[in-house]
Write a protein that binds this ligand. Sequence first.
Ligand SMILES: CCCCCCCCCCCCCCCC(=O)SCCNC(=O)CCNC(=O)[C@H](O)C(C)(C)COP(=O)(O)OP(=O)(O)OC[C@H]1O[C@@H](n2cnc3c(N)ncnc32)[C@H](O)[C@@H]1OP(=O)(O)O
Length: 203
Amino acid sequence: MTIEAATGESRITALCALSQQVRELMDATALTDVPEDELEAITADVAALTARLRAVARETPQPFEFAPDGTLRHLGNAVTGAANPHALPLVVTSDGESVRAELSFRPLHEGPPGSVHGGISAMILDHVLGQAVVVAGFAGMTASLSVNYRKPVPYGVPLVATGAFTRKEGRKTWVEGRIALTDGTVLVEATGLFVTPAAWLGE
Ligand SMILES: CCCCCCCCCCCCCCCC(=O)SCCNC(=O)CCNC(=O)[C@H](O)C(C)(C)COP(=O)(O)OP(=O)(O)OC[C@H]1O[C@@H](n2cnc3c(N)ncnc32)[C@H](O)[C@@H]1OP(=O)(O)O
């Protein structure tokens, strides 16, 4: 490994650590009960930190790229990106046929009081289904996503998200998936249609 590559990876590690700290800041913000004067002091501190980060800034998040070990990564992705504070970040694995991710939502993700926002569940399923398309050997953009909410999704509880290919027709790929408790109880189900844009195929 060259010094230049090592330096770059070392900075990426630092960026991921910052992103994790910002997630903790977001969680703490959503749950804090400190008094108003303390809130005002913290707001000023955070504003100062924001200005320091913006001193040297890019226009887009970390790109989809090859990591030094040859694997693909997208550190700026809103769902999986370790360098994006918005991401859980979700870690999706595959057995070559389907995909799976273990996850746990946080109070920050609240929609209805005491449970997770339906849009957050849909976002996770959109991504898991998209990776199921890739594992099936295809690629595409979400054209439609149909979500069926069976039970409220709790936060602070271990969950499993899965996705799998169902069928293919021309540039259209259908996949299905779900978020379930670890005992298999299904909370949310989804089916998705992903379309490979003609331009991606050079058509
Ligand atoms: C091992 C390696 C690991 C690597 C690890 C990397 C992992 C990496 C995974 C990332 C996973 C990300 C998962 C998130 C994925 C998003 O979030 S994508 C963002 C959300 N989606 C979008 O922004 C899409 C916006 N829409 C579009 O760009 C275009 O409308 C589309 C969907 C590409 C279709 O455009 P198009 O190709 O021009 O469509 P068109 O030629 O008119 O239609 C083609 C066919 O699709 C049908 N169709 C098109 N749109 C629709 C629709 N909305 N509804 C129903 N049918 C439709 C048409 O009817 C037509 O059918 P046929 O006539 O062929 O039977």
